[in-house]
Design a protein around this ligand. Structure first.
Ligand SMILES: Nc1ncnc2c1ncn2[C@@H]1O[C@H](COP(=O)(O)OP(=O)(O)OP(=O)(O)O)[C@@H](O)[C@H]1O
Ligand SMILES: [Mg+2]
Length: 316
Protein backbone atom coordinates (compact mmCIF):
# COMPACT_ATOMS: atom_id res chain seq x y z
CA UNK A 1 0.00 0.00 0.00
CA UNK A 2 1.18 3.44 -0.96
CA UNK A 3 0.86 5.92 1.90
CA UNK A 4 1.57 9.10 -0.02
CA UNK A 5 -0.95 11.89 0.31
CA UNK A 6 -2.69 12.34 -3.00
CA UNK A 7 -3.28 16.07 -2.62
CA UNK A 8 0.51 16.45 -2.76
CA UNK A 9 1.29 13.58 -5.13
CA UNK A 10 -1.05 14.92 -7.84
CA UNK A 11 -0.47 18.62 -7.32
CA UNK A 12 0.37 20.18 -10.72
CA UNK A 13 4.09 20.96 -11.09
CA UNK A 14 3.79 23.32 -14.01
CA UNK A 15 1.15 25.82 -15.08
CA UNK A 16 0.16 23.67 -18.02
CA UNK A 17 -1.14 21.00 -15.64
CA UNK A 18 -3.43 23.40 -13.78
CA UNK A 19 -7.05 22.69 -14.60
CA UNK A 20 -9.14 25.56 -15.90
CA UNK A 21 -8.54 29.02 -14.26
CA UNK A 22 -7.61 29.92 -17.84
CA UNK A 23 -7.89 33.68 -17.36
CA UNK A 24 -5.33 33.43 -14.55
CA UNK A 25 -3.01 30.83 -16.04
CA UNK A 26 -2.65 32.60 -19.39
CA UNK A 27 -1.42 35.78 -17.73
CA UNK A 28 0.87 33.90 -15.38
CA UNK A 29 2.44 32.13 -18.34
CA UNK A 30 3.32 35.44 -19.91
CA UNK A 31 5.00 36.57 -16.68
CA UNK A 32 7.00 33.35 -16.61
CA UNK A 33 8.10 33.87 -20.19
CA UNK A 34 9.61 37.23 -19.24
CA UNK A 35 10.90 35.89 -15.91
CA UNK A 36 9.25 38.87 -14.28
CA UNK A 37 6.29 39.00 -11.94
CA UNK A 38 4.45 41.76 -10.07
CA UNK A 39 3.23 41.44 -6.48
CA UNK A 40 0.05 39.42 -6.71
CA UNK A 41 -3.07 38.56 -4.77
CA UNK A 42 -4.67 35.20 -5.52
CA UNK A 43 -8.26 35.36 -4.32
CA UNK A 44 -10.84 32.60 -4.44
CA UNK A 45 -12.48 29.62 -2.76
CA UNK A 46 -10.47 26.76 -1.16
CA UNK A 47 -9.03 23.98 -3.29
CA UNK A 48 -9.12 25.82 -6.59
CA UNK A 49 -5.40 26.07 -7.37
CA UNK A 50 -4.01 29.17 -5.65
CA UNK A 51 -1.12 27.40 -3.94
CA UNK A 52 -0.60 25.23 -7.04
CA UNK A 53 -0.14 28.27 -9.25
CA UNK A 54 2.28 29.95 -6.84
CA UNK A 55 4.47 26.84 -6.65
CA UNK A 56 4.26 26.24 -10.40
CA UNK A 57 5.46 29.79 -11.13
CA UNK A 58 8.39 29.35 -8.78
CA UNK A 59 9.36 26.04 -10.38
CA UNK A 60 9.12 27.45 -13.88
CA UNK A 61 11.01 30.65 -13.18
CA UNK A 62 13.72 29.32 -10.87
CA UNK A 63 14.10 25.77 -12.15
CA UNK A 64 16.16 23.58 -9.81
CA UNK A 65 16.80 26.48 -7.42
CA UNK A 66 13.12 27.03 -6.82
CA UNK A 67 13.09 25.94 -3.18
CA UNK A 68 15.84 28.39 -2.21
CA UNK A 69 13.95 31.23 -3.83
CA UNK A 70 10.49 30.42 -2.54
CA UNK A 71 9.16 30.79 0.97
CA UNK A 72 5.69 29.64 1.93
CA UNK A 73 4.16 30.87 5.15
CA UNK A 74 0.68 30.16 6.36
CA UNK A 75 -0.56 33.36 7.88
CA UNK A 76 -3.37 31.75 9.82
CA UNK A 77 -1.00 29.60 11.89
CA UNK A 78 0.62 32.72 13.24
CA UNK A 79 -1.66 35.60 12.65
CA UNK A 80 0.54 37.91 14.64
CA UNK A 81 2.78 40.61 13.47
CA UNK A 82 5.86 38.79 14.81
CA UNK A 83 6.02 36.36 11.95
CA UNK A 84 6.02 39.24 9.49
CA UNK A 85 8.76 41.02 11.42
CA UNK A 86 10.96 37.95 11.72
CA UNK A 87 10.45 35.07 9.31
CA UNK A 88 9.05 37.04 6.39
CA UNK A 89 11.34 40.03 6.87
CA UNK A 90 14.48 37.91 7.08
CA UNK A 91 13.66 36.14 3.86
CA UNK A 92 12.70 39.42 2.12
CA UNK A 93 16.15 40.82 2.72
CA UNK A 94 18.35 38.02 1.48
CA UNK A 95 19.71 37.94 -2.03
CA UNK A 96 18.08 35.67 -4.56
CA UNK A 97 20.06 32.67 -5.77
CA UNK A 98 20.71 32.55 -9.49
CA UNK A 99 17.97 35.04 -10.39
CA UNK A 100 16.90 38.61 -9.80
CA UNK A 101 14.20 38.08 -7.18
CA UNK A 102 12.64 35.57 -4.75
CA UNK A 103 8.98 34.81 -4.10
CA UNK A 104 7.28 34.98 -0.73
CA UNK A 105 3.97 33.18 -0.72
CA UNK A 106 1.62 34.03 2.12
CA UNK A 107 -1.24 31.59 2.40
CA UNK A 108 -4.46 32.76 4.05
CA UNK A 109 -3.23 36.34 4.09
CA UNK A 110 -6.74 37.55 4.91
CA UNK A 111 -6.23 36.10 8.40
CA UNK A 112 -3.52 38.69 9.12
CA UNK A 113 -4.48 41.56 11.40
CA UNK A 114 -4.38 44.99 9.79
CA UNK A 115 -1.34 45.82 11.89
CA UNK A 116 0.46 42.82 10.42
CA UNK A 117 -0.72 43.75 6.95
CA UNK A 118 0.75 47.21 7.40
CA UNK A 119 4.07 45.73 8.41
CA UNK A 120 3.87 43.57 5.31
CA UNK A 121 3.16 46.57 3.15
CA UNK A 122 6.37 48.21 4.38
CA UNK A 123 8.33 45.09 3.48
CA UNK A 124 6.78 45.15 0.03
CA UNK A 125 8.03 48.70 -0.43
CA UNK A 126 11.47 48.19 1.01
CA UNK A 127 12.47 44.97 -0.65
CA UNK A 128 10.59 44.99 -3.93
CA UNK A 129 13.86 45.00 -5.87
CA UNK A 130 14.70 41.50 -4.62
CA UNK A 131 11.35 40.07 -3.49
CA UNK A 132 7.89 39.52 -4.94
CA UNK A 133 4.93 38.75 -2.74
CA UNK A 134 2.05 36.48 -3.61
CA UNK A 135 -0.82 36.67 -1.13
CA UNK A 136 -3.48 34.01 -1.14
CA UNK A 137 -6.89 34.64 0.38
CA UNK A 138 -10.55 33.75 0.07
CA UNK A 139 -11.70 37.35 -0.14
CA UNK A 140 -9.49 40.11 -1.50
CA UNK A 141 -11.67 42.68 0.27
CA UNK A 142 -10.03 41.62 3.54
CA UNK A 143 -6.64 42.79 2.30
CA UNK A 144 -5.88 46.42 3.18
CA UNK A 145 -6.16 48.75 0.21
CA UNK A 146 -2.51 49.96 0.19
CA UNK A 147 -1.52 46.33 -0.47
CA UNK A 148 -4.28 45.83 -3.01
CA UNK A 149 -3.10 48.83 -4.95
CA UNK A 150 0.47 47.50 -5.04
CA UNK A 151 -0.56 44.10 -6.31
CA UNK A 152 -2.30 42.58 -9.30
CA UNK A 153 -5.40 40.72 -8.18
CA UNK A 154 -6.25 37.34 -9.74
CA UNK A 155 -9.60 35.74 -9.08
CA UNK A 156 -9.83 31.97 -8.97
CA UNK A 157 -13.22 30.43 -9.53
CA UNK A 158 -14.91 27.31 -8.17
CA UNK A 159 -14.24 24.38 -10.48
CA UNK A 160 -17.04 22.90 -12.57
CA UNK A 161 -18.27 19.31 -12.59
CA UNK A 162 -16.26 18.67 -15.75
CA UNK A 163 -13.10 20.07 -14.12
CA UNK A 164 -13.54 17.91 -11.05
CA UNK A 165 -14.05 14.82 -13.23
CA UNK A 166 -10.92 15.60 -15.21
CA UNK A 167 -8.80 15.88 -12.08
CA UNK A 168 -10.28 12.82 -10.34
CA UNK A 169 -9.71 10.78 -13.50
CA UNK A 170 -6.00 11.68 -13.39
CA UNK A 171 -5.78 10.16 -9.94
CA UNK A 172 -8.00 7.20 -10.82
CA UNK A 173 -5.71 6.23 -13.69
CA UNK A 174 -2.56 6.99 -11.71
CA UNK A 175 -3.70 4.74 -8.87
CA UNK A 176 -5.38 2.15 -11.12
CA UNK A 177 -8.72 2.49 -9.33
CA UNK A 178 -12.18 1.54 -10.50
CA UNK A 179 -14.91 4.11 -10.11
CA UNK A 180 -18.32 4.51 -11.71
CA UNK A 181 -20.06 7.59 -13.08
CA UNK A 182 -22.45 7.90 -10.12
CA UNK A 183 -19.54 7.88 -7.69
CA UNK A 184 -17.84 10.65 -9.66
CA UNK A 185 -21.04 12.68 -9.51
CA UNK A 186 -21.31 12.12 -5.76
CA UNK A 187 -17.73 13.31 -5.27
CA UNK A 188 -18.48 16.45 -7.23
CA UNK A 189 -21.67 17.15 -5.27
CA UNK A 190 -20.00 16.76 -1.89
CA UNK A 191 -16.82 18.61 -2.85
CA UNK A 192 -18.69 21.60 -4.26
CA UNK A 193 -15.82 22.15 -6.69
CA UNK A 194 -13.05 22.06 -4.04
CA UNK A 195 -10.39 19.76 -5.51
CA UNK A 196 -8.64 19.19 -2.19
CA UNK A 197 -11.89 17.95 -0.70
CA UNK A 198 -12.60 15.84 -3.81
CA UNK A 199 -9.15 14.24 -3.60
CA UNK A 200 -9.47 13.48 0.09
CA UNK A 201 -12.86 11.86 -0.41
CA UNK A 202 -11.41 9.71 -3.20
CA UNK A 203 -8.40 8.64 -1.15
CA UNK A 204 -10.54 7.77 1.89
CA UNK A 205 -12.86 5.73 -0.34
CA UNK A 206 -9.99 3.91 -2.02
CA UNK A 207 -8.69 2.76 1.36
CA UNK A 208 -12.05 1.16 2.01
CA UNK A 209 -12.91 -0.39 -1.36
CA UNK A 210 -11.02 -1.25 -4.52
CA UNK A 211 -14.10 -0.62 -6.62
CA UNK A 212 -15.61 2.73 -5.72
CA UNK A 213 -19.35 3.30 -6.03
CA UNK A 214 -21.73 6.02 -4.95
CA UNK A 215 -22.41 4.09 -1.74
CA UNK A 216 -18.72 4.05 -0.81
CA UNK A 217 -18.59 7.82 -1.20
CA UNK A 218 -21.62 8.47 0.98
CA UNK A 219 -20.34 5.98 3.53
CA UNK A 220 -16.89 7.49 3.98
CA UNK A 221 -18.16 11.05 4.01
CA UNK A 222 -21.04 10.24 6.36
CA UNK A 223 -23.30 12.28 4.12
CA UNK A 224 -26.93 11.68 3.30
CA UNK A 225 -27.55 11.03 -0.34
CA UNK A 226 -29.77 13.74 -1.84
CA UNK A 227 -32.18 11.13 -3.18
CA UNK A 228 -32.64 9.47 0.21
CA UNK A 229 -33.47 12.76 1.84
CA UNK A 230 -35.86 13.59 -1.00
CA UNK A 231 -37.62 10.22 -0.56
CA UNK A 232 -37.84 10.81 3.18
CA UNK A 233 -39.48 14.20 2.65
CA UNK A 234 -41.86 12.90 -0.02
CA UNK A 235 -43.03 10.02 2.15
CA UNK A 236 -43.73 12.49 4.94
CA UNK A 237 -45.58 14.83 2.58
CA UNK A 238 -47.69 11.93 1.34
CA UNK A 239 -48.61 10.87 4.84
CA UNK A 240 -46.43 7.75 4.76
CA UNK A 241 -44.93 8.57 8.08
CA UNK A 242 -43.64 5.07 8.88
CA UNK A 243 -41.60 4.91 5.65
CA UNK A 244 -40.27 8.37 6.18
CA UNK A 245 -39.25 7.58 9.73
CA UNK A 246 -37.51 4.39 8.62
CA UNK A 247 -35.22 6.36 6.29
CA UNK A 248 -34.53 8.84 9.04
CA UNK A 249 -33.58 6.12 11.51
CA UNK A 250 -31.33 4.49 8.93
CA UNK A 251 -29.48 7.73 8.30
CA UNK A 252 -29.09 8.60 11.97
CA UNK A 253 -28.51 5.27 13.63
CA UNK A 254 -27.11 2.90 11.01
CA UNK A 255 -25.10 5.36 9.00
CA UNK A 256 -24.14 7.72 11.80
CA UNK A 257 -24.99 10.86 9.87
CA UNK A 258 -25.46 13.85 12.13
CA UNK A 259 -28.82 15.54 12.55
CA UNK A 260 -27.22 18.80 11.45
CA UNK A 261 -26.09 17.26 8.18
CA UNK A 262 -29.54 15.78 7.56
CA UNK A 263 -31.29 19.06 8.17
CA UNK A 264 -28.79 20.81 5.92
CA UNK A 265 -29.61 18.38 3.12
CA UNK A 266 -33.34 18.88 3.80
CA UNK A 267 -32.95 22.60 3.21
CA UNK A 268 -30.87 21.95 0.08
CA UNK A 269 -33.63 19.77 -1.36
CA UNK A 270 -36.70 21.64 -0.15
CA UNK A 271 -37.11 23.85 -3.16
CA UNK A 272 -37.27 20.78 -5.42
CA UNK A 273 -40.40 19.42 -3.73
CA UNK A 274 -43.44 19.21 -5.89
CA UNK A 275 -45.65 21.57 -3.86
CA UNK A 276 -46.76 25.19 -4.34
CA UNK A 277 -44.24 27.93 -3.49
CA UNK A 278 -46.42 29.26 -0.71
CA UNK A 279 -46.23 25.93 1.07
CA UNK A 280 -42.49 25.72 0.52
CA UNK A 281 -42.05 28.98 2.32
CA UNK A 282 -44.02 27.62 5.25
CA UNK A 283 -41.73 24.60 5.31
CA UNK A 284 -38.59 26.70 5.09
CA UNK A 285 -39.70 28.44 8.26
CA UNK A 286 -40.34 25.13 9.99
CA UNK A 287 -36.95 23.78 8.98
CA UNK A 288 -35.27 26.91 10.33
CA UNK A 289 -37.07 26.46 13.62
CA UNK A 290 -35.99 22.84 13.99
CA UNK A 291 -32.45 23.63 12.98
CA UNK A 292 -32.38 26.11 15.82
CA UNK A 293 -33.68 23.50 18.27
CA UNK A 294 -31.01 21.04 17.15
CA UNK A 295 -28.34 23.68 17.65
CA UNK A 296 -29.68 24.22 21.13
CA UNK A 297 -28.96 20.57 21.86
CA UNK A 298 -32.39 19.05 21.19
CA UNK A 299 -32.52 15.27 20.72
CA UNK A 300 -31.75 14.63 17.04
CA UNK A 301 -34.15 11.81 16.38
CA UNK A 302 -37.06 13.40 18.25
CA UNK A 303 -36.61 16.77 16.62
CA UNK A 304 -36.28 15.41 13.11
CA UNK A 305 -39.29 13.16 13.56
CA UNK A 306 -41.30 16.14 14.72
CA UNK A 307 -40.14 18.05 11.66
CA UNK A 308 -41.21 15.22 9.36
CA UNK A 309 -44.59 15.20 11.09
CA UNK A 310 -44.89 18.86 10.14
CA UNK A 311 -44.34 17.92 6.51
CA UNK A 312 -47.48 15.80 6.51
CA UNK A 313 -49.50 18.93 7.31
CA UNK A 314 -48.56 20.17 3.85
CA UNK A 315 -49.93 17.06 2.19
CA UNK A 316 -50.98 17.54 -1.42
N1 LIG B 1 -7.00 24.21 -10.80
C1 LIG B 1 -6.43 23.10 -10.32
N2 LIG B 1 -5.79 22.25 -11.16
C2 LIG B 1 -5.24 21.11 -10.69
N3 LIG B 1 -5.26 20.74 -9.41
C3 LIG B 1 -5.87 21.55 -8.53
C4 LIG B 1 -6.47 22.77 -8.94
N4 LIG B 1 -7.02 23.34 -7.86
C5 LIG B 1 -6.75 22.55 -6.83
N5 LIG B 1 -6.07 21.45 -7.22
C6 LIG B 1 -5.65 20.32 -6.36
O1 LIG B 1 -6.31 20.45 -5.10
C7 LIG B 1 -5.39 20.47 -4.02
C8 LIG B 1 -5.39 21.81 -3.34
O2 LIG B 1 -4.98 22.81 -4.26
P1 LIG B 1 -4.36 24.20 -3.78
O3 LIG B 1 -3.48 23.93 -2.59
O4 LIG B 1 -3.78 24.88 -4.92
O5 LIG B 1 -5.69 24.93 -3.29
P2 LIG B 1 -5.83 26.45 -2.82
O6 LIG B 1 -6.63 27.17 -3.85
O7 LIG B 1 -4.50 26.99 -2.46
O8 LIG B 1 -6.74 26.26 -1.53
P3 LIG B 1 -6.68 27.02 -0.08
O9 LIG B 1 -7.43 28.29 -0.25
O10 LIG B 1 -7.45 26.09 0.81
O11 LIG B 1 -5.26 27.17 0.29
C9 LIG B 1 -4.06 20.07 -4.62
O12 LIG B 1 -3.89 18.71 -4.42
C10 LIG B 1 -4.17 20.35 -6.08
O13 LIG B 1 -3.50 19.37 -6.82
MG1 LIG C 1 -3.56 27.19 -0.59
Amino acid sequence: MDFSIWTEKYRPKILKEVIDQKHVVERLKSFVKESKIPHMIFAGPPGTGKTCCAIAIAREIFGKNWKQNFQETNASDMRGIDVIRTRVKNFSRIKPIGGSFKIIFLDEADALTSEAQNALRRLMEMYSDVTRFILSCNYSSRIISPIQSRAVVFRFKTLSEENVFEYIKRIVSGEKLKIDKEALEAIYLISGGDLRKATNILQASAIMRKKITKNTIYEVTAQAEPKEVMDMMNHALNGKFIDSRKILKDLLLKRGISGQDIIKEISNQLYRLDIPDKEKIGLVERVGEFEFRLNQGGNEQLQLEALLAQFSLYKK
